[in-house]
Design a protein around this ligand. Sequence first.
Ligand code: MCA
Ligand code: AMP
Length: 505
Amino acid sequence: MPNPLYDSLFGVHAGKTTPFLMLIDGGVITHSDFLVMAAQIAHVLKSNGLKPGDRVAVQVAKSPEALALYAACVQSGLVFIPLNTAYTVDELSYFIENSGASLIVCDSRNEGELTELAQNLGAKVDTLDANGSGSLMEAASAMPESFSTEPRNADDLAAFLYTSGTTGRSKGAMLTQNNLLSNSTTLAKEWHFTDADVLLHALPIFHTHGLFVATNVMLASGGSMIFMSKFDLDAIIERLPEATSMMGVPTFYTRLLGDARFSRELTAHMRLFVSGSAPLLAETHIQFEERTGHRILERYGMTETNMNTSNPYEGERKAGTVGVALPGVEVKITDAETGEMLEQGEVGQIEVRGPNVFKGYWQMPEKTAAELRENGFFITGDLGLIDEDGYVQIVGRDKDLIISGGYNIYPKEIELVLDAQPGVLESAVIGVPHADFGETVLGLIVPKKGEVPDLSQIKEATSASLARFKHPRDLLLVDELPRNTMGKVQKNLLREKHKNLFALA
Ligand code: MCA
Ligand code: AMP
């Protein structure tokens, strides 16, 4: 019985002794080793009583075992829910409760707090630490080395990725087997990946970019990955000579350009550098070409859609654009008020349709209906135009979103925390340019009349409830917030006023 995602990305490598993961300590995990590890984990999942369609919430460090857990969920027909390792227990509680996860896999450091939560929700807990130890792998080691793959349809759910929203409540984007499979096979082909490729993988594996783009593309092509636990400049420069390709967020490339060792000689053998998740400044693209002779290939995607557009592998990679619609994907620009399609060259909201577009938000039919049209077009919340050659240019965002070092931050979530603090009348959180992260978070606070909010206490409160990357880099007290005639805070004016605070390195 078929399981399209497992069969095409994983099962196809059964028995192969070719390298899949090359580790920083020199260790190598072959395709076959990896599939055995996944099968053993799949047995543990089954012995925990999990059935196809059940959800597994995972907050663990990047490791081969963590990746094998993803493969095991696909093989067992479970819905994989990877969660940012920076999330606080407060944030995790919401995801676990909202998803109705039957199993939580976490670092043993969080086991105590999460076990308490799991007990209230009727979920089980297993642990997996960065070095691969913990209850999950302990149980897996005693399990058989093959697992009878659960049958699935292409339209069955494979993963939820939580994405925040302008209201501050995170939404579980439901991704099907075919969403993931169609996109990874398209990208592998478009970007000319083969089993001879070695991808330098330094991205986290709890988001689309590191998991469903980088990892799935390598699985689809049969190549291998130099698997780094995180972005580490020295390690990247050391291992780059073994790689053929690399994928990263713009911060990866600006950091590499900031190091004199990153030279034309070091990169001469490389085939491809891909950038995405945040805007790559045209000047970074140009500087990169001047330094290395390579033109970074920029592409555009979202959690809800995987990848939508890409600059071509062969042909013009236009700086400042995210390329053309991928095969099978339709992109159009529409008027935000009327939804009517605009003329070529006009700026409007970007809408996309294709096999890559998700099924909707988990248990949020109204939010799904607001963003996913009945005709299948998804309203991305990005603003852009399509130029005369069909290249998409993103010119801004219709959604109130900050992208810091490739991580998305929705201001509302932070404003809700700030507004609840003693002495705070209201707040506005904005993104301002930052030399390293592209954008960073700035919080503006209006005190209640006659009161002086304690900023250090407010910083502590944000630390307790929000992941580190969401913390405002600074908090400023202001008398009032600028508003338009409708009473809406004019964040554009605030962004303009504070744009130089962190812009310089
Ligand atoms: C770490 N910190 C951050 C960020 N990362 N703060 C703001 N924004 C961030 N992105 C915090 C750390 O906790 C630390 O706090 C301090 O900032 C400095 O850390 P540093 O060591 O400089 O950071 P790092 O560990 O080197 O991480 C920076 C990074 C990383 C390498 C850019 O954030 C990263 O790997 N980003 C990639 C994110 C990603 O994969 N996005 C794809 C989403 P302290 O000083 O207190 O210790 S998928 C997506 O967007 C779509 C679908 C798409 O198109 O791909
Ligand atoms: P996420 O919520 O992580 O799915 O982030 C998706 C958002 O990241 C998109 O809606 C865009 O605003 C942004 N994004 C992704 N790739 C690019 C890119 N190449 N250039 C500009 N913005 C991008």
